[in-house]
Design a protein around this ligand. Structure first.
Ligand code: NAD
Length: 356
């Protein structure tokens, strides 16, 4: 495994970042972890509350576009590993206002990459340094039902401002390896779900609306297909990539679980009906409501994760049924986590997206 890692986790107060920080602190309790997060609407320091007293852990509120701050952190913490999660991450919000996506996802990623280059420039890059750029399968665009799943060699064809901004940052990470030998590794992952998932995303949205007896808005005909991965499986994959991945490479990460949106919502309804002691409307499937489709809605994503399996030995451990049961259980027992997030700002966003 090599020398201890001193990890800068950007976006570590968000959904996947905070799960990753918990995973890392459990797996490597003596290693230094510094979280840099701007605490946008999607960032929540509560997600890391149980780690705040650990001497190896540090939280810094700040923006990945703030170059002097990043240089200072890299230097004073002697960071040898960057795990870069920070992003504007929600497709619907990128349709309403793309500017923040370009700023954080493109300019912010550039700022981090370039600061990391300066960080080791004078002595050359030590062999164990790593820059993990966490990205999405959405950069590959949309598949029709009989297309083969996305491979690492699939050409990029992003369709939303979100995926286009992530594609831009992937290209920068790639270019920094080829141009400056910066030890970047890119991962492109399918849809995650699990604890600490912000309410606007499909699975938490459905869980919460079932608990509140509110309509379950399903876009279009509900036939869009996504591949789903339990967030802790993703975190194990990223751990594997940091320790055993090859700089300059891309790894696709997926759950091998293609599910139609409507079937996923029905599964959630069934599990919620079974696990929740009291529901305002039962069976909760009655709440399903089809709404006007999202503009440019990609039809199908599917990931071919053969490379990470054969080269690095990673495979998902959690089935969709198991993962959804865990997730439903978490939302049932963490009402005090999600209730305050349904703020006035959130409600006004919600009305804009599901206006039809
Ligand atoms: P999230 O929206 O839950 O969290 C993003 C975090 O980044 C938040 O804590 C936010 O405060 C922080 N942030 C935003 N702008 C920042 C800035 N300028 N400076 C510092 N911090 C900033 O997102 P997520 O779902 O956890 O996704 C994390 C990463 O994984 C993203 O890069 C996303 O593209 C990628 N990804 C997500 C999924 C998914 O299903 N959620 C799948 C594949 C890849």
């Amino acid at each position: 495994i090599g020398s201890p890692r001193r990890v800068l986790v950007t976006g570590g107060a968000g959904f996947i970042g905070s799960n990753f920080v918990h995973h890392w602190c459990n797996a490597y309790p003596d290693e230094r972890v510094v979280v840099l997060d701007a605490l946008t609407y999607a960032g929540n320091r509560e997600n890391l509350a149980s780690l705040e007293d650990k001497p190896t852990f540090r939280f810094v509120k700040g923006d990945i576009c703030d170059r002097p701050l990043i240089e200072k952190l890299l230097q004073e913490e002697e960071i040898n590993t960057v795990a870069h999660f920070a992003a504007e991450s929600h497709v619907d919000r990128s349709i309403l206002g793309p500017g923040a996506f370009i700023q954080t996802n493109v300019v912010g990623s550039f700022t981090l990459l370039d600061a990391f280059r300066q960080h080791w420039n004078s002595q050359g890059c030590p062999a164990d340094y790593r820059f993990l750029h966490v990205s999405t399968d959405e950069v590959y665009g949309s598949l029709s039902s009989d297309d083969p799943a996305f491979r690492e060699t699939t050409p990029y064809a992003p369709n939303s401002p979100y995926s286009a901004s992530k594609a831009g940052s992937d290209h920068l990470a790639r270019a920094y390896y080829h141009t400056y030998n910066l030890p970047t590794i890119i991962t492109n992952c399918s849809n995650n779900y699990g604890p600490y998932h912000y309410p606007e995303k499909l699975i938490p949205l459905m869980c919460i609306n079932i608990l509140l007896g509110k309509p379950l808005p399903v876009y279009g005909d509900g036939q869009n297909i996504r591949d789903w991965l339990y967030v802790l499986d993703h975190c194990r994959a990223l751990d594997t990539v940091i320790h055993r991945g090859k700089p300059g490479e891309t790894y696709n990460i997926g759950g091998n679980n293609e599910v139609k949106n409507i079937d996923l919502v029905k599964m959630l309804c069934r599990i919620m009906d079974e696990l929740a002691p009291h529901l305002p409307v039962k069976p909760s499937e009655q709440l399903i409501t089809f709404v006007k489709d999202r503009p440019g809605h990609d039809r199908r994503y599917a990931i071919d994760a053969t490379k990470i399996k054969t080269e690095l030995g990673w495979a998902p451990l959690v089935t969709v049924e198991e993962g959804l049961r865990q997730t439903v259980g978490w939302f049932l027992t963490h009402r005090s986590w999600w209730e305050p997030l349904l703020s006035e700002e959130y409600q006004s966003y919600y009305r804009k997206v599901y206006a039809s």
